[in-house]
Design a protein around this ligand. Structure first.
Ligand code: SF4
Ligand code: SF4
Length: 433
């Protein structure tokens, strides 16, 4: 079978310190959970006050503006207080601290079943919005807003299920896809119904996971949508929407077909959409890959939202060595963790705790003009030149570059120059687009 990939740049990426994909452990239920009201919670207002008793899955934060979603209690218990903290990028997150007590409404009980076949598209979308379903990575864009945007985009639309694993730190996503393939596919059918104009569903799977792709395709036959399996490359950043779309446009041309606009969604958000519409269940937990060279026993865990990162590391045997850098997400593009009390939120798919050696912190040297950074940039940029203009020439406003911070240039640089970090810093300041 033909394999489709993006035309230039990228790197093969492996990391033996990421957890193995074979098994998933249930993390302990947290006695104290810190449930975020949002990624940057401006616009999400608590609807409960300290001292209130909350049930598992109960609404605790109401979204009031675009880009935010409702928050729900992941455990039953008493609300102790509201707290806030600032991350490395200066973003403030508000959260409610809940002390677990009382009975679970959903855990260990047979889930209620709601028939969604008879629901209208707007009803499905309303349920998804009410239950706070977000894209469970990056900035956590509300799924309901993605559905609205897709509906407006084009008459012809293809829904793409993105099961592309170009980074070993996506192990939790892979495990979810394998263990809950039926929920992923049913979630895709549910979202397709909400969007209205989906003409087909493509399952994009990295070629090494061909078998998983066949399982997903087989499950898709239960639904009325025209579907196809497309095998992609596994070079990083193949999973990125831009690179995935480039690969799918090559497929479209070869097959002489018209895919129209693409709505690309990962397996975690699709399974969450299925839980929301079929079981009226908000996102209460998620699969997280916990590992890195500073962690004793890396493993994938099913974790309640609001569990503290330090607690999870304890459950992995604790630190084997002094951690130098801890990130949520992949070491390539993750967000720095400032405190071990930070909780797992809806978008946290991995936690990597790295020793100094793994964090590849060695003395920076001068650029040796090897050209590696140019060779791997999937956008065709000259990262060395951009870096030089910012760092050495002090140029502040470089306008549009097209860089989206994949991190490939930084990884391959033998002089250990923080290429993508400097570019991203300027992007965040609005000096580079
Ligand atoms: S971080 Fe930006 S400049 Fe560097 S390889 Fe990725 S897209 Fe290119
Ligand atoms: S990879 Fe590093 S050393 Fe090589 S050209 Fe780019 S900036 Fe210079």
């Amino acid at each position: 079978m033909k394999i489709y990939s993006f035309p230039r740049g990228g790197i093969p990426y492996d990391d033996p310190t990421a957890p193995q994909k074979d098994s998933v452990a249930n993390a302990f239920l947290p006695a104290i959970s810190i449930v975020p009201l949002g990624i940057s919670s401006d616009g999400v207002y608590p609807v409960v006050t300290p001292g209130a008793l909350v049930k598992e899955g109960m609404l605790i934060g109401r979204a009031s503006k675009t880009g935010t979603v409702n928050a729900h209690a992941s455990v039953p218990g008493k609300v102790l207080r509201k707290i806030s903290w600032k991350d490395n990028d200066g973003l403030t997150t508000d959260a409610l601290v809940i002390k677990m007590e009382g009975a679970f409404e959903k855990l260990g009980r047979k889930e209620e079943l709601f028939q969604w076949n008879g629901m209208s598209g707007p009803d499905i979308q309303r349920t998804i919005s009410e239950l706070g379903i977000v894209e469970m990575e990056k900035n956590g864009r509300p799924l309901s807003e993605m559905i609205s945007a897709a509906r407006r985009k084009s008459k012809k639309l293809t829904l793409v299920i993105r099961c592309v694993f170009d980074d070993p730190w996506l192990a939790a996503d892979y495990a979810l896809c394998r263990d809950r393939f039926d929920a992923v596919i049913e979630g895709a059918a549910i979202v397709a119904k909400a969007v209205f104009n989906v003409s087909q569903i493509i399952i994009a799977v990295s070629h090494r996971e061909n078998e998983l792709g066949e399982t997903l395709l087989n499950e898709m036959k239960k639904y009325e949508y025209q579907s196809a399996l497309v095998l992609t490359g596994s070079r990083y950043p193949q999973r990125n929407n831009r690179e995935l779309e480039l690969a799918l446009r090559i497929y479209e041309k070869k097959e002489e077909m018209d895919l129209g606009a693409l709505l690309i969604l990962g397996p975690a958000v699709l399974a969450a959409a299925c839980d929301a519409v079929k079981h009226k269940r908000p996102i209460l937990d998620r699969y997280v890959a916990v590992g890195g060279s500073a962690v004793k026993r890396p493993q994938i865990m099913r974790v309640r939202i609001g569990t503290r990162i330090g607690e999870l590391i304890e459950q992995c045997g604790g630190f084997s060595d002094k951690p130098y850098r801890i990130v949520t997400g992949s070491p390539l593009s993750g967000r720095e963790v400032m405190y071990l009390d930070e909780p797992v939120g809806k978008t946290c798919y991995a936690i990597a705790a790295m020793t100094k050696a793994q964090a590849a912190i060695h003395k920076q040297q001068n650029c040796i003009n090897c050209g590696e950074c140019r060779a791997v940039c999937p956008v065709g940029l000259d990262p060395q030149n951009i870096y030089k203009r910012i760092k050495n020439l002090g140029l502040d406003n470089l306008g549009t570059t097209g860089c989206y911070g994949c991190g490939c240039c930084k990884i391959v640089c033998p002089a250990a120059l923080p290429l993508s970090e400097i570019i991203l810093e300027k992007k965040q300041e609005g000096k580079i687009a």
